[in-house]
Design a protein around this ligand. Structure first.
Ligand code: GLA
Length: 746
């Protein structure tokens, strides 16, 4: 009942109110109240206010309210017996740890004199444009200030939040825990969705009912990690019952979601409090954290983005995709669809030579590849993964005349050239390590753990940063390189930084990542045409922080086309297909020994940003013809696929026999549909596909990229027909695939 009322109310407001609205005054509220602040964008309203104690208190986050609607002012919640003071029962926007706070704090500090109490009260609000504002908070006694930044995207309603913590006191303070933001949802029953994985198995979507207590999702690894990704979605259970459904609906219901823009150790805590409210706190991982703020210094947290949709997880991911394309990516708001690449890693591994790469480049050009990328093995004494990292000169045995002959050849074939690098790493067997053994993360006198025979250069150090930036700049200045695949193939161990006094060494968690971002930003400034991929042994460094500086990511080293279907499904809950690189590689696949047809492999990869990573030397004439035909078909609809509205029609997860996706261009002029079978049993046909998101009144013409429909399917029909009647595919058998496009008829 409540839900029905809410969605009715919502649709009335959204259809009639498109103006952005922002109130930052106490005037609109009753005299007894503190100020109320409100941000509106897309279908969302976010509001908070100052209660009678001076706390900044969350008031509302959900569907967009009417412009004249009053938001009840903040009143601190009462004490719950003598065990939970108002400080704990009241949902604060950014809670300091002090005064008996038992829920998760946003900020915890220790002053040099041992004082650990922090109670933040409102000082002032400063509007910063029509949908943005800064809120200044201050400790009740000490000169510790926190500025909360708020900025809402008018189109998607996605709110960017971050905090700046400043020490204006006369003594240093140690920050032990600092969140970017805390989010409070209304009391209800919820399902949490989050992404986990491991190497070669990233992007598993997990869903579970949120129960009282705390759920932690995190990375302690120094980087984003394969094991969990800094994204969450929380769906309101439609049934509202304690035994409500576990799985969150894909295309209906209310969803609150968030993503942290940080590529270092991070943590989300999802609390269901004793008072049934759900709070999400996210930012720097407090594990092993410590950031000393001297008088006059400040610490800026990463940005935590949060959004709301009343169209299920599908609606939530479409908002995120649009936001990423329009606001996060380096070439936002209009990044070009990615070039179709060829990469020889799986074909040759480290065994790259000038002649071998040229032979592959010629074949790649013949099928319509746009960009040829040379992977690992071209530099230093790199024969395998035991040596060479850190020595970024061209290997003279493999490339006696440098990279120029290969690059010139690639250009003459009509492609641009890309190169693999792994700048933050060093093999102990390298000139660099022999010269600068102190440059790696380490604790003096302790063993230095190797992973893949390599260590991590301490990028927080100014000299290391200078070295990295220097060699990368030289590489890009001396060679005509359009693209870098920037790899990062292990996680941290022994994260010491002995250049600094002991109580400042943990700042490595922040300064390393800041320097990484700074190098990427500098390189892009000096070489404005360069494009960069974030890779970390697959999908170990994918987040909204790195995506500000990189044009695409490598979701996984696992290129098995069937495994990729579920990984791509999970990936798209958080990230746009625009950045989701997907290579077609050899069959049987090296990981699962699964055999699939080239058409199946092509269609699996065509759901994202297509690349070819197969050994072209082994291809038949028929393979070349198939790839050429499908690359041309892909080029013609790529923008719709990677930047359109994505509908996950049938999930490939949980042993599903089938899967299907549809993307619709923003103007609804075109839709592209992919369909896959895992296996068909007992002669069952492919499920009816009822499409979504089309213009019901327009007529759409059907064109097959691969496969066919059941006899009697019209060549052209209305959006209503495709969405309501639906289409039956003639698709049976194991690992089969089909794809078609619909184009609006003028
Ligand atoms: C990582 C990457 C691979 C490849 C290798 C090269 O594993 O994810 O794609 O580049 O490194 O060593």
């Amino acid at each position: 009942m409540n839900n029905t009322f809410k969605s009715l109310r919502f649709s009335v407001f959204t259809s009639s109110l498109l103006l952005l609205f922002f109130i930052a005054s106490a005037n609109a509220q009753t005299a007894a109240s503190g100020p109320v602040f409100r941000l509106d964008g897309g279908n969302t309203t976010y509001a908070f206010g100052v209660n009678e104690r001076g706390d900044l208190q969350t008031l509302y986050w959900g569907g967009r309210l009417g412009p004249h609607d009053q938001i009840p002012p903040a009143h601190s919640y009462p004490e719950w017996a003598s065990f939970d003071s108002p400080n704990t029962t009241t949902p604060q926007e950014y809670a300091g740890w002090g005064a008996g706070l038992y829920t998760e704090p946003a900020l915890k500090i220790t002053s040099q004199d041992g004082n650990r109490d922090l109670v933040l009260h409102f000082v002032k609000a400063t509007p910063d444009g029509p949908q943005a504002m800064d809120i200044l908070l201050k400790d009740i006694a000490r000169e510790i200030y926190v500025t909360l930044h708020y900025s809402m995207d008018p189109e998607t309603g996605i709110l960017a939040r971050s905090a700046s913590i400043e020490n204006r006191d006369k003594q240093p303070v140690m920050i032990e825990q600092a969140a970017a933001a805390q989010w409070t949802l209304p009391p209800a029953r919820y399902t949490l969705s989050y992404l986990t994985g491991r190497w070669a198995s990233e992007w598993t979507l997990n869903q579970e009912t949120i129960r009282p207590g705390t759920r932690v999702i995190e990375s302690r690894r120094g980087s984003t990690g394969h094991q969990a990704n800094p994204w969450f979605a929380i769906s309101r259970d439609a049934s509202q019952s304690a035994a409500g459904p576990l799985l969150a609906p894909e295309e209906s219901g209310e969803v609150w979601f968030g993503a942290l823009a940080w590529s270092g150790s991070w943590r989300f805590t999802i609390d269901e409090t004793q008072f049934d409210s759900v709070r999400v706190t996210g930012g720097f991982n407090p594990f092993d954290f410590g950031y000393k703020l001297k008088p006059g210094e400040h610490l800026e947290t990463p940005v935590f983005y949060g959004g709301y949709s009343n169209r299920g997880l599908g609606g939530a991911s479409r908002l995120l995709h649009h936001f990423e394309v329009a606001h996060i990516l380096p070439r936002a708001p209009d990044p070009k669809p990615r070039p179709v690449i060829y990469n020889s890693w799986e074909a040759t591994e480290f065994n790259v030579t000038e002649a071998g790469q040229i032979a592959l480049a010629e074949k790649a050009a013949s099928i319509g590849i746009d960009r040829f990328v040379m992977d690992d093995g071209w530099f230093g004494q790199r024969k395998d993964d035991h040596a060479g990292l850190g020595d970024w000169y061209v290997n003279p045995q493999k490339f006696p005349n440098g990279l120029k002959p290969l690059i010139d050849k690639v250009h003459s074939l009509g492609m641009d050239f890309g190169l693999w690098v792994e700048p933050e790493m060093v093999n102990p067997d390298s000139d660099l390590y022999r010269k600068h053994p102190d440059w790696v993360l380490n604790f003096p006198g302790r063993p230095r753990t190797e992973q893949r025979n390599q260590m991590i250069l301490n990028l927080a150090r100014p000299d290391v940063r200078e070295y990295l930036e220097g060699f990368l700049d030289k590489l890009l200045t001396e060679n005509d390189i359009a693209f870098l695949k920037w790899d990062y193939n292990r996680n941290w161990s022994e994260p010491g930084w002995d250049q600094l006094p002991p109580d400042e060494q943990k700042q490595v968690y922040v300064e390393f990542i800041r320097n990484l971002y700074a190098i990427l930003a500098d390189l892009r400034k000096k070489h404005p045409k360069i494009e960069i991929e974030s890779c970390s042994g697959g999908g170990g460094r994918v987040d909204l922080g790195i995506l500000r500086y990189t044009d695409e990511v490598w979701p996984s080293d696992n290129t098995d086309p069937f495994d990729r279907l579920s990984m791509q499904d999970g990936f798209t809950y958080a990230y746009t297909p625009q950045v989701m690189m997907a290579w077609v590689t050899d069959s049987p696949h090296w990981l699962n020994f699964r055999s699939t047809t080239l058409a199946y492999r092509m269609l699996s990869s065509m759901q994202g940003s297509l690349g070819i990573g197969a050994n072209l030397n082994k291809w038949t004439a028929e393979d070349f013809a198939t790839a050429k035909r499908l690359i041309a078909a892909y080029h013609a609809v790529q923008r719709t696929i990677v930047q359109g509205d994505l509908y996950r029609l049938i999930s490939p997860c949980d042993g599903s026999e089938f899967s299907s996706t549809e993307t619709v261009s923003h103007d609804k002029n075109q839709a592209v549909v992919f369909a896959f079978t895992h296996s068909t049993q007992e002669g069952r046909g492919y499920p009816l596909l009822q499409l979504q998101g089309l213009d019901p009144n327009a007529d759409y013409q059907l064109t097959w990229l691969e496969g066919k429909a059941m006899p009697g399917t019209p060549q052209s029909a209305s959006g209503d027909w495709w969405m309501s009647h639906g289409i039956n595919l003639d698709l049976r058998g194991d690992f089969r695939a089909a794809a078609f496009r619909l184009d609006r008829q003028k």
